[in-house]
Ligand binder design. Structure first.
Ligand SMILES: Cc1cc2nc3c(=O)[nH]c(=O)nc-3n(C[C@H](O)[C@H](O)[C@H](O)COP(=O)(O)OP(=O)(O)OC[C@H]3O[C@@H](n4cnc5c(N)ncnc54)[C@H](O)[C@@H]3O)c2cc1C
Length: 294
């Protein structure tokens, strides 16, 4: 570790406490490479604030020292945005300890979750309150609320509920100078001036640290059916989508097109993988229909 970092590290340790700063190479390793193992960077430390106030102090200190910071959630990103570069100058800030659901309101259908809440945990908290947090994708057991907002993630249910942006009503952000911007509004009909919150969605942490978000919840479906359909071609897949949508657009929770080649790979290479179609098709769609009505 370069000596020049030492005084800054001491001051950061004073803010964050012993659990809030990692410097051991074995502890740093999981934070240095991306999900696909395409990129590996270097860092003197991983900072792990436990609150928005702690993070704000860290950002102020590092801004004054000219030390770049890289926000990191679950580190599931496919494009290496959550890891440091190779210079060894950038410090990683993991939001993992900021993992509280601050509030859930089943009447208002909102949840206020900190950035480090895992997506699956948010789904579970919503379900326990009789609601649905609909964002769902393969990385949901590791990805965080801060990460999905910063990448504007979608997933299986985007066709029905939208991407992460559409699921967000308000944000709390630590800005690059360490100021805390409190935009944790719940109002759906919020037409007050500029919608600054939207700047931070999909920004990959370039404009600040998302520390908490007000998320939209929905009614839990009472019934659902999933079907795998082989269709003649892409046009037929679109025609089928239109038919379902015209019948009841709120019922189409997912509609995923897959080429026959992709489905064939799955059947061939994934252990236990089988395709429940009488005949293999060149074009396949997965249809997930759900209804909240009895
Ligand atoms: C198996 C798998 C399946 C996937 N399927 C889909 C899919 O179907 N659709 C889809 O859209 N995506 C999909 N993804 C990608 C997914 O959207 C991202 O991996 C996820 O959103 C990143 O969340 P994270 O917490 O891991 O963030 P990280 O990977 O840690 O970070 C992602 C970016 O956000 C920044 N960031 C993280 N937290 C914050 C914060 N609190 N404030 C500011 N910036 C922050 C980071 O600096 C980085 O630039 C999939 C990923 C996996 C692993």
């Amino acid at each position: 570790m370069p000596d020049i970092q030492t005084p800054l590290l001491d001051r950061l340790a004073a803010i964050l406490g012993p659990r809030g700063i990692l410097t051991d190479p074995a502890d740093l390793a999981p934070h240095l490479s991306d999900w696909r193992m395409l990129y590996t960077g270097r860092t003197p430390c991983v900072l792990r604030p436990a609150s928005t106030a702690e993070l704000a102090e860290v950002v102020k200190l590092c801004a004054a020292a000219g030390t770049p910071l890289v926000p990191q959630g679950g580190n599931t990103s496919m494009v290496g945005g959550g890891i440091p570069d190779e210079t060894g100058r950038q410090m990683v800030v993991s939001l993992a300890r900021m993992n509280r659901v601050r509030d859930i309101d089943p009447l208002d259908m909102t949840m206020t979750a900190e950035a480090g809440v895992i997506v699956k945990a948010a789904q579970d908290v919503a379900a326990n309150a009789g609601c649905l947090f609909p964002l769902s994708f393969g990385g949901e057991g590791t990805a965080t609320i801060g990460g999905v907002l910063s990448t504007n993630a979608g997933g299986n249910t985007t066709v029905r509920y939208g991407n992460a942006r559409e699921l967000m009503l308000g944000l709390e952000v630590v800005l690059p100078d360490g100021q805390i911007w409190n935009g944790l509004r719940r109002l759906r009909k919020d037409n007050t001036g500029y919608a600054l919150r939207h700047l931070f969605v999909g920004a990959e942490g370039t404009l600040g640290f998302i520390t908490a978000a007000v998320l939209r919840l929905f009614a839990r479906p009472r019934e659902s059916e999933v079907a795998l359909c082989a269709v003649r071609d892409e046009e037929a897949a679109l025609a089928l989508f239109r038919r379902f949508r015209d019948r009841d657009e709120t019922a189409v929770r997912a509609f995923e097109y897959m080429s026959g080649t992709g489905v064939g790979f799955y059947a061939r290479f994934i252990e236990g993988g089988s395709v429940p179609l009488a005949e293999p098709g060149d074009h396949v769609v997965l249809v997930d229909l759900a209804s909240s009505r009895p």
